[in-house]
Design a protein around this ligand. Structure first.
Ligand code: NAP
Length: 307
């Protein structure tokens, strides 16, 4: 197994899930780390991607690597397409050359949020650049090989090397007594990243291909979710300030309601169902000591340097 983007939220959880299953797995990352724990690969470079995959010959290559910053993509479409579309398709072509299956992570943002709930059969209708890039990459990955796996997820959270995800932002702000503005009126399915990783490993073991929605079991308003996070971590929820999505004046438009229906994955993997908010947050809390031990083995994020 190869995970391209092994330092990221999703990629690191997948790396650990496969290691726990005894898989032979290696991980690549864009930045260089003096510790050498991760192989270095810039997936924008087609020649390097081809020689890297030819040298490592994985049977499965997972690509959670991306520029997932929605507003940054809106403001820098050319630069981010190099990673999110061109880089992804470089890997897809290299996988086809060596007969490897590819797993690509996509997003609920391929939908416009008007209909509200979406199945894998619904046609993409993105309203921002990030969503357009994801929709284009999805189509390219499946055109390269229909046996490839496209997993659409949403609002992933969990322990993370660099604490960027929403749950850790809420926790870090509130635990330091800082107020935090949170958009209300935006509904989605927050996804516990360890559950996403387990489901990914399960789908790969079943040799599944095509598009699957893999998100948390509960659709929830973003402000309500932040309140549940505050309560779970024993923090002061009154520090959360309810703001309308329009008040944020973000560069990229967001879908108002982008709930993904998960019947397809539930039918295929009845033993590993998507978990809801309470189960996800409780598992996250329970796993904090184990995460702290594991995090000691990771390179210092401050030591990250561009190649
Ligand atoms: N997180 C969410 O809520 C969410 C929701 C929906 C969909 N998704 C999708 O799920 C996937 C994983 O998201 P994430 O939150 O785990 O992202 P993340 O934490 O930002 O991780 C991104 C990873 O991509 C690597 N990377 C960036 N540019 C690269 C390049 N040119 N070549 C090779 N590797 C590169 C990074 O390496 P370095 O660490 O070295 O920079 C990092 O390991 C993404 O496709 C994202 O769009 C995420």
């Amino acid at each position: 197994m190869l995970v391209i983007g092994g330092t990221g939220l999703v990629g690191n959880a997948l790396l650990r899930a496969w290691m726990a299953r005894g898989a032979r797995v290696s991980a690549a990352t864009y930045h260089c780390h003096p510790s050498g724990s991760f192989l270095q690969l810039d997936m924008r470079d087609e020649g390097k991607v081809r020689s890297f995959l030819a040298a490592h010959r994985p049977t499965v290559a997972a690509v959670p690597a991306a520029n997932p910053f929605v507003d940054y993509c809106e403001l820098h479409p050319g630069e981010t397409r190099e990673v999110n579309v061109k880089g992804t398709l470089n890997v897809a072509r290299a996988c086809r050359e060596i007969g490897a299956r590819m797993i690509f992570y996509s997003s609920d943002y391929v939908f416009d949020g008007v209909k509200g709930t979406y199945t894998e059969e619904d046609a993409p209708s993105p309203i921002n650049e990030y969503g357009r890039q994801k929709a284009e990459a999805e189509a390219g990955v499946l055109a390269c090989d229909p046996k490839n796996l496209v997993l659409r997820t949403s609002g992933a959270y969990g322990w993370q090397w660099e604490p960027k995800n929403f749950v850790l932002q809420v926790r870090n702000n509130l635990s330091e007594g800082r107020k935090m503005r949170v958009a209300a009126g935006v509904r989605y399915n927050p996804t516990y990243v360890e559950n996403l990783a387990e489901i990914t490993a399960g789908l790969v073991a079943e040799r599944a291909g095509g598009i699957f929605h893999v998100v948390g079991a509960e659709e929830i308003d973003r402000f309500e979710f932040a309140t549940r996070v505050a309560r779970a971590f024993g923090l002061d929820a009154s520090l959360l300030e309810r703001v309308s999505a329009a008040e944020f004046k973000a560069p990229a438009a967001r879908p108002k309601e982008s709930s993904l229906i998960t019947e397809k994955v539930r039918r295929l993997l009845p033993g590993t169902p998507p978990v809801g908010v309470a189960a996800g947050l409780n598992s996250m809390l329970a796993s904090e000591p184990a995460w702290r031990e594991y995090a000691k083995t990771l390179p210092d994020p401050a030591a990250k340097v561009k190649p």
